[in-house]
Write a protein that binds this ligand. Structure first.
Ligand code: GDP
Length: 163
């Protein structure tokens, strides 16, 4: 069976970077031409012994991205909600948090860009989003991935852990 994990969050928090890291892809060329439909990206994700289908909801147009995100969340088993640890919680993050709480899907908050050590505040602040404790990661540098693995592994459906 497939374990569907959606990556959601406002623009520029690092969703595509995380998608690329977990699918082993290179940075995709993002087409920012307004009005051009960019298909929701899906890929085979891998984190140590875990296998899953990863859905990226990045889009240059905020409205379209929100719509896409909600569809992806409705259709996933788990949402990875990415925030930018350097910015702290923004009103847009709060908006996404509300939508995610309403959707009621298991959600893991990832405080990305946490390679600097000035991001503890954002991680603490993220607890106030009502979606549980945030995990500090750096999608670009690959930090925090073993912590992510530790949290994800107990949630993995049968067949999504390989020997
Ligand atoms: P998206 O719009 O949420 O998909 O964000 P992107 O993946 O396109 O990333 C937005 C910007 O943040 C890019 O310039 C990335 O290189 C940068 N970025 C992503 N992850 C990290 C990270 O872990 N640390 C830092 N410092 N920058 C990052």
């Amino acid at each position: 069976m497939s374990w569907r994990i959606a990556i959601v969050g406002r623009p520029n928090v690092g969703k595509s970077t995380l998608f690329n890291r977990l699918t082993g892809r290179r940075r995709a060329l993002v087409d920012d031409t307004p009005g051009l439909t960019r298909d929701r990206r899906e890929g085979a994700g891998k984190l140590y012994d875990l296998r899953f289908t990863l859905i990226d909801t990045s889009d240059s147009l905020m409205g379209r991205m929100r719509e896409q995100s909600m569809r992806a969340v409705a259709d996933c088993d788990l949402a990875l909600f990415v925030i930018d640890a350097r910015d702290g919680i923004t009103p847009q993050d709060e908006h996404f948090a509300r939508l995610l709480r309403k959707a009621g899907k298991p959600t893991l908050v990832l405080a990305n860009k946490a390679e600097s050590n000035k991001t503890d505040y954002a991680v603490a602040e993220a607890a106030g989003l009502g979606l549980g404790q945030a995990l500090a990661i750096s999608a670009e540098h690959g930090d925090g991935l073993s912590d992510l693995h530790s949290v994800l592994r107990p949630m993995a459906p049968e067949g999504c852990i390989v020997e």
